[in-house]
Ligand binder design. Structure first.
Ligand code: NAP
Length: 338
């Protein structure tokens, strides 16, 4: 049977927030396709997750050229899902992609050069079947390419009509500030900074969040569940089929350290006292930061998505709860902001 989007998809389920100083509203919870949408994954489940997400008011889907595996297959699969189920709904969606990590062989398939970005967006448009991306990112500062060169490529991408807005991802604070200035002067302001932010990784509190805010850019947090470590999944071992157990997953067994698991167990107890799951509390905690526009979650099932969306129903914290969380997080090695 053909999928028909729910008529109640925008009825008070999902709050939306303006992204920085722009007029673009993003859902507080967005869905990322880094894992679970590649050609090693179940295409049926992938489609069900996109449909469930859209029905719950998730209008923002985050891709990158290299998501899979195989690299590119998440874009191809997303394009198929769109074509089969969402014809006529493109204007209700914010679809992003990125270029900057290794994608094809040779000297031009990696990094932040103009050559890489220009070739990559053409490939990504072809794979997804889209006419344009809503947001196109420089996926990383590569340590070599002048920021001017990468930003000029982003500016030209917008001028060519291949993206409506641009963003940067994982830029160090000094390079981010430079990028904001160049983009602003060209009349193509940076919409958004995307970086890793969770209870377990708080580096962005050391200037990234503040500088994005001062530049009028929004901030979107990726891996807000620390790839699953901030859920009840790893509290008592590494379950079969989990990201850490899968050969294709980016979460390595050795990352599931004792101090993190001990902290996750304590956080889990606190979440239980708040009548929510650890995943829900972890998302609520990130969203509680005033500079965070949205969190990009990953999921491997509709059940996880549904669990995570309930974070929105209990998203405020008492002073005592925040202090207790801070105390627990201080036991995680190298985690506290400077
Ligand atoms: N800009 C960048 O460089 C960059 C880098 C990384 C990610 N991202 C973006 O951020 C998105 C999210 O990253 P992420 O997937 O690492 O996010 P995450 O939300 O921290 O982790 C998602 C994983 O946690 C597990 N999980 C989620 N909900 C759960 C629940 N309720 N109960 C138990 N387990 C649960 C699932 O793993 P299992 O498979 O074990 O079930 C799921 O795949 C990506 O898809 C991508 O769009 C961007």
């Amino acid at each position: 049977m053909n999928y028909i989007p729910s008529e109640t998809r925008y009825t008070d389920k999902m709050p939306y927030e303006y992204c920085g100083n722009s007029g673009l509203l993003l859902p507080r919870i967005s869905l990322g396709l880094w894992h679970n949408f590649g050609d090693v994954d179940d295409f049926g489940v992938a489609g069900d997750m996109i449909k469930y997400a859209f029905d719950a008011g998730i209008t923002h889907f985050d891709l990158a050229n290299n998501y899979g595996p195989s690299p590119g297959s998440a874009e191809t699969n997303f394009g198929k899902i769109l074509k089969r189920n969402f014809l006529g709904y493109r204007d209700e969606m914010i679809i992003s992609s990125k270029a900057g990590h290794l994608m094809w062989p040779g000297p031009y398939g990696d990094g932040s050069s103009r050559k890489n970005l220009m070739a990559s967006i053409n490939q990504s448009l072809k794979r997804t079947g889209l006419d344009y991306f809503d947001i196109f990112y420089s996926h990383r500062y590569d340590g070599v390419t002048p920021v001017e060169e990468t930003m000029q490529a982003l500016i030209d991408i917008v001028r060519q009509g291949k993206a409506l807005y641009v963003g940067i991802s994982k830029y160090p604070v000094d390079k981010a500030k430079q990028a904001y200035g160049i983009l602003k002067n060209a009349g193509v302001p940076c919409l958004i900074h995307q970086d890793r932010y969770s209870m377990f990784t708080r580096d962005v509190e050391n200037g990234t969040l503040q500088s994005a805010h001062e530049a009028g850019a929004g901030f979107i947090a990726f891996s807000p569940l620390a790839q699953g470590m901030l859920t009840n999944k790893y509290l008592y071992g590494i379950p079969e089929g989990s990201r850490a157990a899968r050969a294709t997953g980016f979460l390595k067994r050795e990352q599931i350290s004792e101090d993190k698991i001990r902290a996750a167990r304590s956080l889990n107890e606190l979440a239980e006292r708040r009548n929510q799951s650890l995943a829900q509390m972890a998302l609520a905690w990130v969203l509680n930061n005033e500079y965070v526009t949205s969190v990009i979650i990953g999921a491997s099932s509709v059940r996880q998505l549904s669990d995570n969306l309930d974070a929105l129903n209990n998203s405020s914290f008492t002073k005592e709860e925040l202090e207790a969380i801070s105390q627990i997080l201080s036991t995680v090695n190298g985690n506290m902001p400077k």
